[in-house]
Design a binder for this molecule. Structure first.
Ligand code: M6R
Length: 614
């Protein structure tokens, strides 16, 4: 949610900053803006809409050369997506330019206070108050000191990056609960919401902690707390290169990321068995003795990550006999969740920065729970604040709609479940090894789905004009149905809903009328065959009312043939692993439908990749 870039060095700042914004545009695309310092003055260009609009403006009205600059791509919260609400915002005296990600919750009172002192505000944003407050603090202090003073006055979550033309070779950043990382170059340094912005220049980075300020110059990086005391920041290195964040010959990031799933699954499984063939989770720092005392597991996550958690619930309960609750993180802390020292709270997040999940995690920690993060982004806040972390190795996910992250989150959550079962003696070691063997077959099976998925595109074209699409599943097929519906909503802007197939008759079946397409995730007939039989009955109930049934069914499941209008085949897979294959055609279906409708698949309307506001 909002992408931020800052640069100080020897290169032309504008080029570095705009290239960085291009890589961060998935974080928000309501407007974009840049600022550089030239001849002791701030020079700003900003424009509503996508980055391309800003680039056109820069072509018509070029910026002067400068080696210090900042840039922003916005997901609007306070104030519409207009030119004047675009960042950077400048203080009335032209002394400070600031960009911001997050929400300043006390902005209304700060705004009134500024107005009472005669300050005129030029935008409706919460950000602009920061520019004026910084300028007011500046006569007696430098920008870093002013930033400390102002941060003490702000409530909410924020990343701020600012420049002062009186100190033209310095950029100052600050963070509370919103993402900001430092890129360390040779004679140049970077600030960004995530490493994608600078990975083409350097893979050496610094994590910033909560309530920290960073003073960036070409040859130094100084990290301070909000009281100005120096802080040691943790270095890390990025384990992928710039090409991983490029389309690599694909038309869309989403298509590339769908195709990368076999590798992402294989990478997330690699090295998880030790010499004794026991599960090893290197990054997990919770003692086995503690895990033996756990009496419940709670998964907190949002959107697709929550669906991965729902899939994992079936497996972890089956393997460990521990109760598993899956909670939407945005709801978690606003009731009275029963968690404590005997709870293992698993936060699942691709970005590691989702504010709802972060706040739920903090709430769980306050209750004394043990916390474990499943995350795809090294150096992000959620793993940093968890007791233990298990990274997924999906590589950067750029398309706003999550695909490879989902599959790898399921893999990671399954590894946690098996590890728990092993630590607690809930399963025999040969049982665990057999499941690990099944998991190791999955990259090849996902590959097989990708090889045979072409007819799904034709199907998507056939249903492009449907008013609504329903998705049904049972057991692990239910969260897959939810995920299929979410993909269709966010990409094709169609009404789509996922239901547990057995629940339909309790109300939603009233939605069925002649021709309504219903995608049914059919359980394996070889698993709990009773589930297969039940879903066949559910299919008959909806067909009797005119539904057109698209079944996602296993190879060799001939019993389903008479009951479906179309069948999408997936390879034979153990029941608990079926989501890893049955989700893939639904991703392709949504992607194709959105393409047919002419939508921007990688950057769907109203959305942003990393949701860093509550
Ligand atoms: O980065 P996270 O995994 O925490 O993100 C959670 C959701 O915002 C995310 O999965 C969202 O639902 C996706 N756009 C769905 O495709």
């Amino acid at each position: 949610m909002c992408g931020i870039v800052g640069y100080v060095g020897e290169k032309q700042a504008l080029e570095v900053v705009v290239a960085g914004l291009r890589r961060l545009e998935y974080r928000g695309y309501d407007s974009a803006g840049v600022a550089v310092i030239s001849d002791g003055r701030l020079e700003i260009r900003k424009k509503a809409g996508k980055l391309a609009n800003l680039e056109t403006l820069l072509g018509q009205d070029p910026l002067p050369q400068s080696t210090t600059g900042i840039g922003h791509t916005r997901w609007a919260t306070h104030g519409g997506p207009t030119d004047h609400n675009a960042h950077p915002h400048v203080s009335a005296d032209g002394r400070v330019a600031v960009i911001h990600n997050g929400i300043i919750e006390n902005f209304a009172e700060l705004r009134e206070e500024l107005q009472s002192r005669g300050v005129e505000l030029a935008s409706e944003t919460d950000t602009e108050v920061v520019a004026h407050l910084l300028a007011e603090a500046m006569p007696d202090s430098d920008l870093a000191q002013a930033m400390q003073a102002v941060c003490h006055r702000l409530e909410g979550a924020f990343t701020l990056v600012a420049m002062d033309p009186h100190d033209p070779t310095t950029v100052v950043g600050a963070r509370r609960s919103s993402p900001l990382v430092v890129g360390l170059g040779e004679g140049e340094n970077f600030l960004a919401s995530d490493v994608a912005a600078f990975v083409e220049h350097t893979r050496d980075a610094l994590e910033l902690g909560q309530d920290q300020i960073v003073v960036l110059r070409a040859d130094s990086v100084q990290v301070l707390d909000f009281d100005g005391a120096p802080v040691e920041a943790k270095p890390f290195s990025v384990d992928w290169d710039a090409s991983a964040a490029e389309k690599g010959g694909y038309e869309l990031f989403m298509l590339k990321e769908i195709a990368e799933q076999p590798k992402a699954v294989a990478d997330s499984l690699r090295g998880r068995l030790d010499a004794q063939q026991r599960i090893r989770l290197d990054e997990t720092q919770i003692d086995d003795g503690v895990l033996r005392q756990i009496s419940k597991v709670v998964v907190i996550a949002c959107g697709t990550a929550a669906h991965a958690g729902m899939v994992a619930k079936y497996a972890i309960e089956h393997w460990t006999k521990l109760p598993v609750d899956v909670e939407l993180a945005s709801e978690f802390r606003y009731r009275d969740p029963i968690v404590g020292p005997d709870s293992l709270v698993i936060a699942i997040s691709q970005s590691g920065e989702t504010m709802d999940t972060l706040m739920a995690l903090r709430h769980a920690k306050d209750q004394g729970a043990r916390t474990l993060a499943i995350c795809n982004t090294v150096g992000s806040t959620i793993p940093r604040e968890s007791d233990a972390v298990l990274y997924t190795y999906a590589g950067p996910e750029i398309a706003v709609a999550s695909t490879k992250a989902f599959l790898t989150q399921i893999i990671a959550a399954y590894l946690v479940g098996l590890y728990l079962a092993q630590a607690r003696g809930a399963m025999f070691e040969d049982e665990i090894r057999a499941i690990m063997q099944d998991l190791s077959d999955m990259p090849q099976k996902v590959d097989l789905v990708l090889d045979t998925v072409e007819p799904v595109r034709a199907l998507a074209q056939e249903y492009a004009e449907a008013g609504s699409v329903l998705f049904l599943g049972r057991h692990v097929g239910y969260p897959v149905a939810l995920e299929g519906a979410l993909k269709l909503k966010e990409l094709a802007y169609m009404h789509a809903e996922g239901f547990p197939a057995g629940e339909l008759k309790h109300g939603p079946i009233a939605l069925i009328e002649d021709g309504v397409p219903v995608i049914v995730i059919v359980p394996s007939p070889r698993g709990r065959s009773v589930l297969h039989g039940k879903i066949v009955s559910n299919i008959q109930e909806i067909r009797a009312r005119g539904a057109r049934v698209i079944a996602v069914a296993e190879e060799g499941d001939e019993a389903i043939t008479p009951f479906a209008d179309h069948i999408i085949r997936v390879p034979e897979t153990p029941t608990l692993l079926q989501p890893l294959v049955s989700t893939v055609p639904l991703q392709v279906f949504a992607c194709e439908l959105a393409t047919v409708k002419g939508h921007d698949v990688d950057q769907p309307r109203n959305l942003a990749k990393s949701v860093t506001v509550e």
